[in-house]
Design a protein around this ligand. Structure first.
Ligand code: EPZ
Length: 437
């Protein structure tokens, strides 16, 4: 049954919400649990669609998974894994199937993963993953709509990624944990969610260290054991609600917002005129008199400005005085969503030049990856079809900010990644009706 949200806008958000575990850590950690026989436990698990999809993928491979959504715990029994073949129906649902290659290869000597499609934010190829597995000694073939991997045992090696890919780093890190010998992953991603995965692997018995210059060194061990791990808090959820508070001229305490993981975001928020007070258990965000200022920023890999913070920031900048520029350097096609914002009254133009920063790898390739936002523009309610998860949240913020009624369809995208999003917005005073069709 399709659901839609009907939002009556014009609310200053006020109150308190609590952040849950990070979507982009928990789903990978569910996979990592398969590296050990026995039951691993994850805590601080968000109640989101992506956890559910990943649970179904794991169950389709024979794993026992117990999810207590109210308690925020997951128990994953890797010992019952019974097949190395991820069913085709899970292709394209999320990015998880390709991350299962390491555990499946170690357990069965082979892995079959259905082909993943591109998506609304770019092509999202998996060439770094494939090359990495070949470097570790796996044979990789593509036929019948799936990638087929095989290896007796992976062998440690030195891998230099062409770009610090989050998924490829995680995939190779998990695979290397049980490989023969030592693996060095250079030019790797070092996002907090990856560090959290490394902490889980270490708790499971892996020998893994982070070295300078984006390098992970993993000394393979013969076996791993189950672990009990608390997932780090979601810095995307925290930043998204922070922007919602500031953009609406509201005042919201975000319990669990972690300054360490929001360092870069907080600097940009302050430059744009957003206010915040750091407390021991969270951060209070507020938009005093809504005196917001334009900025020129570019997204980048950690510790840069996250690409997943870009969409809510753009909403904020529609309310700032002057011309702002955002240069997106992680994904080539992540501004498709601004068309709907322009229908709401925003003035946003997207260019294929590298504006507002250094030239990036998308220069001269014709990708529309720089946005110029002219503000402040009052927004008015509109009908919007959500194209992807992060764009979906920013449509919701825009709808809460706008005058009048907005209708959002395709809300399953938002529910894939944000824990109890409607309840959280309602508790801050927003008027959102959920309609089942
Ligand atoms: C993760 O995607 C996140 N997803 C994304 O969040 C996030 O935006 C992204 O990292 C960057 O932080 C999950 O964790 C599930 P990448 P991932 O590999 O791992 C190119 C969300 O909404 N690339 O770091 O797939 C790629 O095309 C999502 O939560 C290759 O060219 O991202 C992109 O331009 C959206 N070849 C860049 O690298 C490869 O083999 C970064 O991608 C792999 C990646």
């Amino acid at each position: 049954m399709a659901r839609k949200y009907i939002v009556e806008g014009g609310t200053n958000l006020q109150g308190e919400i609590t952040i849950r575990g990070a979507k982009n850590a928990v789903t990978k950690e569910m996979v990592a649990a398969l590296l050990a026989p026995g039951v691993s436990r994850l805590r601080n698990v968000p109640d989101i669609g992506d956890v559910d999809i990943t649970r179904r993928v794991l169950e389709s491979l024979g794993c026992g998974v117990r999810h207590d959504a109210a308690a925020g715990t997951l128990e994953i029994d890797g010992s019952t894994l019974s097949t190395p073949e991820v069913p085709a129906e899970y292709s394209g649902l999320n990015r998880i199937p390709i991350l299962m290659v390491g555990p499946l290869l170690h357990r069965f000597g082979r892995a079959v993963v259905p082909m993943m499609g591109g998506c609304g934010i770019g092509e999202r190829p998996i060439d770094f993953h494939l090359q990495g597995f070949e470097s570790l000694g796996a044979k990789v073939e593509y036929h019948d709509g799936a990638y087929h991997f095989s290896a007796e045992r992976l062998t440690g090696t030195r891998i230099t990624l062409p770009f610090p890919s989050v998924g490829a780093t995680e995939n190779l890190m998990m695979a290397a944990a049980l490989a023969h010998g030592t693996t060095e992953i250079r030019n790797a991603a070092i996002e907090p969610e990856i560090v959290d995965l490394a902490l889980l692997l270490q708790a499971m018995g892996a020998i893994i260290s982070q070295e300078t210059d984006r390098t992970w060194v993993i000394q393979g061990v013969d076996s791993l054991r189950p672990a009990d791990h608390r997932v780090l808090n979601d810095r995307i959820e925290a930043a998204s609600f922070a922007v919602s508070a500031v953009a609406t001229g509201g005042d919201v305490f975000i319990r669990g917002a972690d300054q360490l993981h929001l360092l870069t975001f907080l600097n940009w928020l302050r430059r744009a005129g957003g206010e915040f007070d750091v407390k021991p258990d969270g951060i209070r965000f507020y938009g005093r008199d809504r005196k917001l200022k334009s900025i020129a920023a570019e997204t980048g890999v950690h510790p840069g400005l996250m690409t997943d913070w870009q969409q809510p920031l753009v909403i904020l900048l529609t309310q700032a005085t002057g011309m702002s520029v955002i240069h997106e350097t992680v994904y080539e096609n992540r501004f498709g969503y601004v068309e709907a914002l322009n229908r709401m009254g925003a003035h946003i133009q997207v260019f294929d030049e590298c504006l507002g920063g250094k030239d990036c790898r998308f220069r001269h390739l014709g990708h529309r990856h720089s946005a110029v936002i002219l503000g402040p523009t009052p927004l008015r309610g509109a009908e919007m079809e959500i194209p992807d998860l992060r764009a979906g949240f920013s449509y919701l913020v825009a709808a809460v900010l706008a005058k009048g009624k907005s209708t959002l369809t395709g809300v399953r995208y938002i529910e894939r990644g944000y824990d109890h999003v409607v309840e959280k917005f309602r508790s801050l005073g927003a008027s959102i009706e959920v309609v089942e069709e």
